[in-house]
Design a protein around this ligand. Structure first.
Ligand SMILES: Cc1cc2nc3c(=O)[nH]c(=O)nc-3n(C[C@H](O)[C@H](O)[C@H](O)COP(=O)(O)OP(=O)(O)OC[C@H]3O[C@@H](n4cnc5c(N)ncnc54)[C@H](O)[C@@H]3O)c2cc1C
Length: 462
């Protein structure tokens, strides 16, 4: 049996009222999320087989998968925030997608279809609340019907469960306030709080012996200085991950799942700059509670095939509220959720990137339209009224926002598929960066975790 580090041991036996300090002493601990433990700054046992950088839903699902597959290895998740899953995994629409949209046979399609059924089974097994409230993709006029039918065929090829095309009357039966001439009905689509799911993955990981450190921003990933000459410790754990505050974790292998910072994490281990992450903020409107009766399930437009974002939609939430949106505008700060959030480094980085110039040139009208609709609620409501004519300007208020990590290549093409990268030289044989885990990575998270674990096993001798 593996020797369990003190962090793991405390977590595994469910002790939630202690905390190991940098000196290894025991202090009262903070509990977070689902009643499990944030163990910070334990450097008495900072050697692990695998360090996973990034405690979002992808990093946590993968860490969980790895510890379940390899119970004899030691693992740690390093997250820069004080809590897990605060960014994309905690700022999204909360939809369990069924896999209709994606190119048949593509990884994205397969992972979403498998991921959705794994997600439902997982939520059942952990008693995480969800609602299978269904979804309609609504064609407003004849022009949209061929695209809707093509989407239906796509869904069938992807083996999406229970989809059908329904007429205007059936739309009204499903959604009494919705207008449309035809819709793709997907009763298998659901809603869930993805942050709760991510925290539950983290809890599983800890219970299986994994350690989690929050407040650890990885700023350096390098071969440790002594490793070539070789103390036995140095040779066994030759990779050093260092934080912005100078703490160091040593390990055999590193996996990064950094979401909006995945490109920067790749760069610090010597990888090329592209694909670059360009942050797109999506602002939601919220329906006033007294108008929630207007919406029963998810209502989506027929997507514009030129853009990966699915268009503004009506989404019921687990707390009973209804969100409308999001739009998609260039954010001036990665992980900046307010319109006024600005970071000069992120701003200059994005604006000096040739890929963004090309994207803007190709889509200038669309981009300006999105900005306009972001600024003026009435413009957004006007679009939404096409689906729900009873919706009034006064029925909505501004709501929360999310920021999407959109990977972009130097030619301005949106990177729509998974992108892995290694470090360079010796480091390259020990580091795997998930540079792009495209949406809907929350729905697909358990299937993505299987794929990343396979990739890791294929690249490294664990
Ligand atoms: C507006 C919006 C709506 C969406 N709607 C849906 C939906 O309805 N359904 C769905 O399935 N998907 C949806 N998605 C997509 C889904 O939310 C994301 O694909 C998924 O959450 C990505 O998870 P992640 O772990 O890759 O990234 P993140 O959740 O962003 O996690 C990355 C983590 O890495 C950490 N990190 C970064 N750099 C460092 C560092 N240097 N050191 C340590 N830690 C670091 C960050 O703090 C963060 O916690 C939506 C996304 C957005 C933005």
């Amino acid at each position: 049996m593996k020797a369990m580090c003190p962090i793991s041991r405390w977590a595994a036996i469910g002790v939630s009222d202690v905390q190991l300090t940098t000196k290894g002493s025991v202090l009262p601990n903070r509990e977070w999320g689902n009643g499990f433990v944030s163990l910070q700054k334990c450097v008495c046992c900072n050697r692990y087989d695998i360090a996973v950088v990034g405690g979002g839903i992808v990093g946590l699902a993968t860490a969980r998968e790895l510890v379940l597959r390899h119970p004899n290895l030691t693992f740690i998740v390093l997250e820069k925030e004080k809590e897990l899953a605060l960014h994309q995994s905690g700022h999204n629409s909360g939809v369990i997608h069924s896999g209709i949209y994606y190119t048949p046979g593509s990884l994205k399609a397969r992972l979403c279809v498998r991921g959705a059924s794994l997600a439902y089974a997982y939520c059942d097994s952990r008693a995480i609340p969800y609602r299978r409230c269904g979804k309609l993709i609504v064609a407003l006029d004849r022009e949209e019907v061929p695209r809707l039918k093509a989407l239906y065929e796509r869904g069938q090829k992807n083996n999406v469960k229970q989809i059908s095309l329904i007429d205007a009357r059936s739309i009204r039966e499903r959604e009494p306030y919705c207008r449309g001439i035809m819709a793709l009905d997907s009763p298998y689509t659901g809603i869930v709080d993805w942050r709760l799911v991510a925290l539950s993955y983290g809890k599983d990981f800890q219970q299986a012996g994994g350690a989690i450190i929050t407040g650890f921003e990885a700023t350096h990933i390098a071969m440790a200085a002594e490793s070539p000459a070789g103390s036995s410790e140095g040779l066994k754990y030759p990779v050093a991950v260092r934080s912005s505050t100078g703490e160091e974790v040593r390990c055999r292998f590193v996996l990064t799942c950094g979401g909006l910072y995945s490109d920067r994490l790749a760069e610090i281990s010597g990888c090329r700059a592209e694909p670059r992450i360009i942050p797109f903020r999506g602002d939601y409107l919220v329906l006033k509670p007294e108008k929630s009766y207007l919406i029963r399930g998810n209502i989506y437009p027929v997507p514009d095939p030129r853009f990966p974002f699915l268009g503004v939609h009506f989404t019921p939430r687990m707390d009973g509220s209804v969100w409308l949106g999001p739009n998609a505008v260039l954010a001036f700060k990665r992980e900046g959720y307010r319109i006024c959030d600005f970071n000069s480094n992120d701003f200059v980085d994005a604006l000096s990137f040739r890929g963004l110039h090309r994207l803007v040139m190709k889509n200038v009208t669309y981009g300006l339209g999105e900005m306009y609709r972001g600024m003026f609620i009435s413009a957004q409501v006007k679009i939404l009224q096409k689906y729900i004519p009873e919706l009034g300007h006064n029925d909505v208020v501004r709501g929360p926002s999310g920021v999407r990590a959109q990977a972009l290549d130097a030619d301005g093409n949106l990177v729509d598929d998974f992108a892995f990268d290694g470090g360079v030289d010796e480091l390259g044989r020990r580091v795997l960066h998930v540079r792009n885990a495209p949406s809907p990575a929350a729905t697909s998270s358990l299937a993505i975790a299987e794929m990343i674990a396979d990739e890791l096993e294929a690249r490294f001798t664990l």
